[in-house]
Design a protein around this ligand. Structure first.
Ligand code: OSB
Ligand code: MG
Length: 369
C-alpha cells in the first residue's frame, strides 16, 4: 500500500461545558483531522493535542506544521506493508509524538478498511466491551463538583476521576468521599505538585483512592520514584510515559503502579500496543486516557481499549458529555453498566460525518506525492 494523498483539516468544536485542569481551562477545541488516501480508500486520524503547549510541548499549531512539513511527507509515496512501519518512517522527528501519532492512527484505520475488518481485530483486541470512567474538570466549589459526581454515578460510569490542584484537593476529596464512600474514585493533578508537598499528598491516602495520577512534574520519573514508597495509594503516570521504554524505567524504579495510555502521547497504536503488552506481562494495569477527543479520536481510543492490557476503566465516555453533535454517527454511547460494546463495523466502526466536518472546518490543506 502507498499513501498518495493526505488531507489535513482543522475543525473548531465548542465543548458543552468548559473543562478545567491544573494547567488551564478549555471551552472550545481546535482539532486537527488527518485523512490518508490510498487506491480509492481512506483512513481517518485525529490529532490528540491541546490548543496550547500546557499538557506537553505540543499544541494544535505545532502539530499542523509538523504533520504538513515532516510527518506527512515522510509517509507519502512510501511502500507500506503494515501500519507498524509508520513510526519507523517518521523516526527522524524527535518528540512531536502527537503529530506523528495522528498520521499513524489514520494509516491503521486505512489498513483495517483495506482488509475489510474492524480495527480492533487488526490490533488484536479481545474484549467485547470496554469499561468506562469519567474525568471531571475542576470546579470552584465542592457543591458544583458533588453535583457532577452525582450525575455521572447515576449514568453508570465505573470510575470517577477528579481533577485536583493545590487548594482544591484534600478538603474537596473529603467532602466527596463523605457523600460517596464506596464509589471507585481517583484524582489527577496534571503535575501540580512537587516533592515539597509530600505531607499533603500523604493525606490523600485516607480516601481509598484507586490512584493518584501524575502528581509531580510532567517530565519526571525520579521524583515519582521517591514519592511512591511514601504513599499507600498507587501512583499512575500519564504525562511522563511517552513509550514502552519510559514504562520500563518507571516500573524498574518503582515510580508508579498503574499507567495511563494515550494514543497521541505515545505516537499511535504501534507503541500503545507494545506498552500495554509490556504492562500486561508484568501484571501492571493500564487504562486509556482521554484528551477531550471528538469522535474519530474517541473511536480510536475505543478500538485500542479492547486490547487485553486495558483492565481498568478508561477516560472514554459518551459523545454527549462533550459535544451537542459529534463528528461520527452514531455518537459514542455508554450502557447503564458503564461500558461501550466494541463496534462491529470495519475500520473505526463508526461512520465519519463528512458533511459536519466540512461545515466545522476552518482550514484544509492537501499534500500529495
Ligand atoms: O490528564 O487526563 C488528562 C484532558 C486534557 C488533557 C489532559 C487530561 C485530560 C482529561 C480529560 O483528564 C479526559 C477526557 O475526558 O477526555
Ligand atoms: Mg492525566
Amino acid at each position: 500500500m502507498k499513501v498518495d494523498r493526505i488531507e489535513l483539516r482543522e475543525i473548531r468544536l465548542p465543548l458543552v461545558a468548559p473543562f478545567e485542569t491544573s494547567f488551564g481551562r478549555t471551552s472550545e477545541r481546535r482539532i486537527i483531522l488527518v485523512k490518508v488516501y490510498s487506491e480509492g480508500l481512506a483512513g481517518w486520524g485525529e490529532c490528540t493535542v491541546g490548543e496550547k503547549p500546557f499538557y506537553n510541548h505540543e499544541y494544535t499549531e505545532s502539530c499542523w506544521s509538523v504533520i504538513r512539513d515532516f510527518a506527512g511527507p515522510m509517509v507519502l509515496g512510501r511502500e507500506i506493508e503494515s501500519p507498524e512501519q509508520i513510526p519507523q518512517l517518521t523516526r527522524q522527528i524527535r518528540g512531536n509524538k502527537m503529530a506523528r501519532g495522528a498520521v499513524e492512527c489514520a494509516v491503521w484505520d486505512l489498513e483495517a478498511r483495506r482488509q475489510g475488518v474492524p480495527l480492533w481485530k487488526l490490533l488484536g483486541g479481545v474484549q467485547e466491551e470496554i469499561n468506562c470512567g469519567v474525568s471531571l474538570g475542576l470546579e470552584d466549589s465542592d457543591a458544583a463538583m458533588l453535583a457532577k459526581v452525582e450525575k455521572e454515578v447515576a449514568a453508570g460510569y465505573q470510575r470517577i476521576k477528579i481533577k485536583i490542584k493545590p487548594g482544591r484537593d484534600v478538603g474537596m476529596i473529603r467532602t466527596l468521599r463523605r457523600e460517596y464512600p464506596d464509589i471507585v474514585m481517583s484524582v489527577d493533578a496534571n503535575s501540580a505538585y512537587t516533592l515539597g508537598n509530600v505531607e499533603l499528598l500523604k493525606q490523600l491516602d485516607e480516601f481509598n483512592l484507586l490512584m493518584i495520577e501524575q502528581p509531580l512534574s510532567y517530565d519526571d520519573i525520579i521524583d515519582h520514584a521517591a514519592l511512591q514508597p511514601q504513599l499507600a495509594t498507587a501512583i499512575c503516570l500519564d504525562e511522563s510515559i511517552l513509550g514502552v521504554d519510559d514504562a520500563r524505567k518507571a516500573l524498574q524504579l518503582g515510580a508508579c503502579r498503574i499507567i495511563n495510555i494515550k494514543l497521541g502521547r505515545v505516537s499511535g497504536h504501534t507503541e500503545a500496543r507494545k506498552l500495554q503488552q509490556y504492562c500486561f506481562d508484568r501484571n501492571v494495569p493500564v487504562w486509556c486516557g482521554g484528551m477531550l477527543e471528538a469522535g474519530i479520536g474517541r473511536a480510536h481510543n475505543i478500538q485500542m481499549s479492547t486490547l487485553p492490557g486495558f483492565v481498568l476503566p478508561g477516560d472514554v465516555s459518551a459523545s454527549k458529555r462533550y459535544w451537542t453533535e459529534d463528528i461520527i454517527t452514531p455518537p459514542v454511547e455508554v450502557t447503564s453498566r458503564g461500558t461501550i460494546p466494541r463496534p462491529t463495523g470495519i475500520g473505526l466502526g463508526y461512520e465519519v460525518n463528512e458533511k459536519r466536518i466540512e461545515a466545522l472546518s476552518v482550514r484544509t490543506e492537501t499534500i500529495s506525492k
